[in-house]
Design a binder for this molecule. Structure first.
Ligand code: GLN
Ligand code: ZN
Length: 755
């Protein structure tokens, strides 16, 4: 019999039903019963999809109203003090989103994905108290539908490892108490009968762990496995190999290990250990993070390779991780190019792949339908390999014969030429690019897309926005102006739509946090730029002022990191094609007289590998491709870049190696602390540390920004500093932006006079 396993399933709903009902609840339009009703319908539907696809191991408790880490915090009763007086859904959503009296808990990225979890807050005094309601209810709900689900839980070591200590104590101080609560939960679960499978997700095990954390694995999992013989424990890791942990786990009493063979090929190195332990291996071979159709024969080969070592009877075929990270289904993609669509597979389609792979691997008899599906799979994989839509010889040749890979002049010479050309003052003031995205400007783009307004009308509206934006910036005396980005919906999508090799879906939403979803572009083929993408708009903005207008582009690494990327080429090669496209845009801009150009790398840090052993390689090609993207800039063309996060300590040398003339960063919330590393390493290039937080509607006063600028000057000299907000202003409202920027310029003028 074929045996297969799904680590977890998306929950937002194929039509984002959960998002919609949550948002109506939050705005007071419906009550919580309605949310529960929709949630239950979704759970049922998702279970039935998996059942129909003949998945043997289907999860419960992979559902969440907001986030599974938050659910775990509730499960363990580790509620931060400030929420003490709240309960039920009011408590839950206050922890996630804040309430009138309590600030929300922090949110951060789940490993190297774009999914965000709510960070548990732990102090030495935290106490734990099991609240098993959700877990038990969900299990019972599935049982009522005659589905024996496995129960998904966040593992205790990952839970504490990802928690934030609010008093600098070691969160692992609580490991025993936390495991105690999990033991109580397992006891409750054990009353459901024999052979209940409980999956503990321990993705933390794919990081480079210190020996202290590794030493917890055996006692914790020995203890959990001892609770009841009715329970079979699975430890699941994903996104990388977890060999150090596997070597320990094989010596515990757990039932199975779930490993990722798509992103953790090094997991192959421990197969002998798994074989010797006679444990079940849940082999993640269907890519849970990308959207391309599996090549079924290749996946079966991969499994055969595993089965050379591990006994076939002990193998379950699985997804590499939860399918949460891919969109729901292709069914609604009615306008997507037919060929491209035939190369894709989202969560629902992956269930069918999983079934076919396991049937072939376990040599189960194939139905006529299976056979035709297999044939289709083979055909679409072949068509993808050979398609002229994907392979563009001209671009490949250009990439292979690149002559200029980076700027030829050194920074010291460049900055001299640039200062002579631009003559900007020390502490030059600027912004990061976008100005408020007003309802009118969104409607303008929407109407144009839907062809309800003409191109002329669309352009006229954009020009009007640019006129206002430029005249406002002039009126408050900013030194370097921008056009405000009114033509852009999103900093990646905008460029993707103008480049060859990108496709866009109607409904391929992926949960990012809470009710929020993103719809990343698909890079399916060789990328090229046929026409200039930004030149006309920036030139127009420049024609409206005698001040400097800064051109605005998105960098290759960010475009790559915020897209679903083809898997038939290494990522660095895809990045190189994007870099070349951006390089040509930079050249066109400078030839059109735009000599100051910002190439945003907001997602540069997101692409960092989970294992230290892979970091150098990423840094090398990421820096190389950024440099390629600005390689055509002349000596007196000034290249800016922007990164919207704040921790630079580990990567400062890499940032320096990118060799941008000016970098703007997010620092407002931490005074001058973050800047110190720039001084420590003798960073030469110019820096624009954000002087106010753009995430809040609050308007910073002149005085506080004077103080902030003075603090910055304690670290770096005025010749090296620019003054700007933390990030783009697109999410703010005009009145806030006007007042804040006016205050910022006033503050700079006061500081300049004092110096
Ligand atoms: N230029 C972009 C903007 O201002 C940068 C956005 C970002 O860093 N996320 O909107
Ligand atoms: Zn930013």
């Amino acid at each position: 019999m074929s045996k297969n396993y799904v680590i977890g399933f998306p929950r937002i709903g194929e039509k984002r039903e959960l998002k919609k009902v949550l948002e109506s609840f939050w705005s007071g339009e419906v009550d919580f019963n309605e949310v529960e009703y929709v949630a239950n319908e979704l759970k049922k539907r998702h279970w039935s999809y998996q059942k129909r696809a003949k998945v043997n191991f289907i999860s419960s408790n992979d559902f969440s109203y907001y986030d599974n880490m938050l659910d775990t915090t509730i499960l363990l009763g580790a509620i931060p003090k400030r929420f003490e007086n709240l309960e039920d859904e009011e408590l839950y959503f206050a922890m996630a989103r804040g309430s009138k009296d309590c600030v929300a808990m922090e949110m951060t990225k789940w490993f190297n994905t774009n999914y965000h979890y709510i960070v548990p807050e732990i102090s030495k005094n935290t106490t734990f108290k099991l609240n098993s309601k959700k877990v038990i209810e969900e299990y019972k709900q599935s049982k009522d539908l005659a589905i024996n689900t496995k129960i998904n839980l966040v593992g205790p070591i990952t839970f504490l490892g990802l928690s934030k200590s609010i008093d600098n104590s070691d969160t692992y101080f609580h490991i025993n108490s936390v495991v105690e609560e999990y033991c109580k939960l397992l006891e409750e679960i054990s009353s459901f009968g024999s052979d209940v499978v409980v999956q503990f997700d321990e993705p933390l095990f794919v990081k480079d762990l210190d020996s202290k954390i590794l030493s917890l694995i055996k006692p914790v999992y020995d203890k959990l496995s001892l609770v009841s013989t009715n329970i079979k424990i699975v430890v699941a890791t994903y996104f990388e190999h977890s060999n150090e942990a596997t070597k320990i786990l094989v010596n515990t009493n757990i039932w199975a290990l779930a490993l990722d063979f798509v992103y953790g090929s090094k997991n192959f190195e421990v197969l002998e250990d798994i074989k010797a332990s006679n444990k079940v291996l849940i082999a993640g071979v269907v890519d849970g993070r990308n959207v391309w159709k599996s090549d079924i024969s290749k996946k079966v080969e991969l499994l055969e390779k595993i089965a050379k070592v591990v006994n076939k009877e002990n193998i379950l075929v699985s997804t590499s991780c939860s399918l949460l990270h891919v969109p729901f289904t292709l069914e609604y993609e009615l306008s997507l190019d037919k060929d491209i669509k035939s190369w894709l597979s989202f969560a629902k389609e992956k269930l069918v792949e999983l079934k076919l792979i396991s049937k072939v691997f376990f040599e189960e008899e194939l139905t006529l339908e299976d056979k035709s599906l297999l044939k289709e799979n083979e055909q679409s994989n072949r068509s993808r390999k050979e398609s002229t839509k994907i392979h563009n010889k001209k671009i490949q040749n250009k990439i292979n014969s690149l002559e200029i890979l980076e700027r030829k002049d050194i920074f010291e010479d460049r900055i001299k030429a640039q200062r002579e050309y631009f003559k900007y003052e020390d502490l030059a003031t600027t912004t990061i690019g976008s100005f408020p995205q007003t309802p009118e400007i969104r409607k303008n783009r929407r109407d144009f897309k839907a062809s309800t307004i003409s191109k002329d009308e669309y352009e006229l509206n954009i020009k009007e926005y640019i006129n206002d934006c430029i005249s406002f910036q002039e009126s408050i005396g900013l030194d370097v102006l921008v056009h405000g980005e009114p033509e852009r919906n999103d900093m990646v999508e905008y460029f993707g739509e103008l480049l060859e090799g990108f496709a866009f879906t109607k409904n391929a939403w992926v949960q990012s946090y809470g009710s929020r979803c993103v719809k990343p572009p698909l890079i399916f083929g060789d990328v090229s730029r046929e026409n200039p993408m930004t030149v006309e708009w920036i030139k127009y903005a420049q024609s409206k002022t005698n001040k400097i207008v800064k051109g605005m582009l998105t960098g290759p690494v960010t475009i790559l990191n915020w897209s679903f990327v083809r898997d038939d080429k290494p990522r660095n090669e895809v990045a190189k094609q994007i870099a070349l496209a951006i390089a040509n845009e930079v050249d066109d801009l400078q030839n059109a007289g735009i000599k100051m150009i910002q190439v945003d790398e907001a997602a540069f840090k997101e692409g960092y590998p989970l294992r230290k052993e892979n970091i150098k390689e990423y840094e090398n090609w990421a820096v190389e491709n950024f440099k390629l993207s600005v390689s055509k800039a002349k000596i007196d063309t000034q290249i800016h870049t922007h990164m919207c996060y704040s921790q630079f300590n580990d990567i400062i040398k890499t940032i320096e190696a990118m060799d941008a003339d000016v970098i703007s960063i997010e620092t407002a919330r931490s005074g001058n602390e973050l800047l110190k590393i720039f001084k420590e390493v003798g960073y030469k290039q110019e820096v624009g540390p954000g002087v106010y937080d753009i995430h809040s509607p609050r308007i910073p006063s002149v005085e506080e920004m004077v103080k902030q600028i003075e603090a910055l000057l304690e670290v770096l000299p005025k010749e090296q500093l620019w003054i700007n907000p933390d990030c783009g202003l697109k999410t703010r409202k005009w009145p806030e932006v006007k007042q804040s920027l006016e205050n910022m310029v006033k503050a700079v003028n006061i500081v300049r006079e004092n110096k």
